[in-house]
Design a protein around this ligand. Structure first.
Ligand SMILES: [Zn+2]
Ligand SMILES: [Zn+2]
Length: 90
């Protein structure tokens, strides 16, 4: 267990990247990225190649190029989740 690993930026437990806790200066990877690598508005893609927003943007652009609607795919996934939740509650 990694019960003692708490992010010094957001004070929430570090679980997914607990092995890299020291590498990311005792932070979540995302908190580390926002603190040291991300420039500008946190809600917008930055120039850093590891930026999650940048990755999402690339994937959306590629899907669009392939003729898919990224927003439609997300709506589909949400509907599926809702349906599954309904099934579980029966
Ligand atoms: Zn954090
Ligand atoms: Zn970024």
């Amino acid at each position: 267990m990694n019960d003692s690993k708490i992010c010094i930026s957001c004070n929430k437990p570090v679980e997914e990247n607990a092995d890299s806790y020291e590498v990311f200066e005792k932070m979540h990877w995302l908190c580390f990225h926002l603190e040291f690598e991300h420039s500008g508005d946190p809600d917008r893609a930055c120039d850093d190649v590891s930026c999650p927003w940048f990755h999402i943007q690339i994937l959306k652009d590629k899907l669009s190029t392939l003729g898919y609607d990224p927003q439609g795919i997300i709506h589909e996934a949400i509907e599926k989740l809702c349906n599954e939740a309904l099934q579980h509650n029966k």
